[in-house]
Design a protein. Structure first.
Length: 384
């Protein structure tokens, strides 16, 4: 009997025991429950004997790269209407509580099974990437699955996402895909792992997550300047400032929908590369590279957020003039210490091309410092 086209393409992904592996896959998909692998051989879709099932598991070989390519060529049918593809990233566990000799077991959360009164069981973890659509249906298209080692952080999904983006065709690369992550993923690490990639990310935040605005006001005359401003607590609406953008509409399925967004916030990073070195904690901000390019193309007096290198050179000269005033004694030591800190920050930011929000922050501090110097000079003239 001739094979169906889908069966022929799937068999090309199986290097050894192709037919037995294909029928085993059919049995797994159609079986309601199987106490052991041999019960799968009793399914109607498995037309071979039980011996071929164990031979496929023992000696069969699967070309993982070819199988991933086959899945990539068959996206979700409901998501091919010109909309950007949406992919959900999450971890699914396979409980192995009684399999004490199974290697690489870890303790993971399980919604329905408990151990010692806690929803944590010994199991294997698999990280999935599945394509979903905006249509209200339960169909999904699994694109990739990888085993997660117990010592491996779940935020290694960035490597899995990058591998999926590398396999996309040139036609698909034109549309920027959206990847949706659950609350178990750290948005900072996901952003850093996917930096420079053409993709959008949406990470669900836990209720107790906190963010901070940039510090405002004049810098302290002595001591280190503040690095964090007003606190934004997700579970405390009283700490929420006015949103940067807001949208409200009526949806037929969900009723009244209200979306609010706050820009200019950053989290406190605890796990970073320099932890334990007594150095400053890095401040991770959203990637404004596309916004900087858009503003830079507009030109203007200051070029928007994407200032040219000449602006950076003028900013460096202003800092050097302030440093000379400190050395000549025209400025007090307290103000000079602040100027030195700003000078070092300007040099570091100049080396990294000064991200947009850092440019605005440093320029504002320079203007504040110049006003302080002018006030001090005016006070000295009156004293003389």
């Amino acid at each position: 009997m001739p094979c169906a086209p889908s069966e022929t393409r799937s068999n090309r992904c199986f290097e050894r025991r192709a037919d037995a592996l294909f029928e085993l896959g059919d049995a797994i998909l159609t079986a309601e429950a199987a106490a052991s692998p041999v019960h799968l051989s009793l399914e109607p879709s498995h037309r071979r004997g039980w011996g071929s099932l164990y031979a496929a598991l023992n000696r069969g070989r699967i070309d993982a790269a070819a199988l991933r390519g086959l899945l990539d060529r068959h996206p979700l049918a409901a998501a091919t209407g010109g909309e950007p593809p949406v992919y959900a990233v999450d971890v699914s566990v396979w409980p192995r509580c009684d399999a004490e000799s199974s290697p690489e077991r870890g303790y993971y959360y399980h919604p329905s099974r408990h151990s010692a009164g806690q929803p944590i069981v010994a199991s294997w973890a698999y990280q999935w990437i599945a394509q979903i659509g905006f249509v209200r249906e339960s169909w999904t298209a699994p694109m990739d699955a990888q085993r997660v080692h117990p010592m491996q952080n779940a935020n290694a999904a960035a490597d899995q996402v990058k591998a999926l983006l590398d396999r996309s065709s040139p036609e698909e690369a034109v549309v920027v895909p959206l990847f949706v992550f659950d609350a178990g993923y750290d948005p900072v690490r996901v952003q850093q792992g996917l930096e420079g990639r053409q993709c959008q990310i949406l990470v669900r935040l836990r209720a107790g997550r906190c963010f901070y605005a940039d510090p405002t006001g004049l810098p302290a005359p002595t001591g280190r300047s503040r690095r964090h401003g007003r606190k934004f607590d997700c579970k405390d609406p009283a700490s929420w400032p006015e949103p940067s953008a807001e949208h409200a509409c009526e949806d037929g399925g969900y009723g009244k929908v209200r979306v609010r967004a706050w820009a200019g916030l950053h989290p406190k990073v605890q796990a970073h590369a320099g932890r334990g070195s007594r150095g400053p904690t890095p401040i991770v901000r959203p990637d404004y590279s596309q916004e900087r390019q858009r503003h830079a193309s507009k030109g203007g007096k200051r070029g928007g957020r994407g200032r040219p290198s000449s602006e950076l050179a003028r900013l460096q000269e202003r800092f050097e003039e302030l440093a000379e005033q400190v050395l000549s004694g025209e400025v007090e030591r307290g103000v000079g210490a602040v100027a030195a800190q700003l000078l070092n920050g300007a040099r570091a930011c100049t080396a990294t091309r000064l991200k947009a929000i850092e440019q605005e922050d440093i320029l504002a501090r320079v203007e504040e410092l110049e006003s302080i110097v002018e006030h001090q000079n005016e006070y000295r003239r009156q004293a003389w």
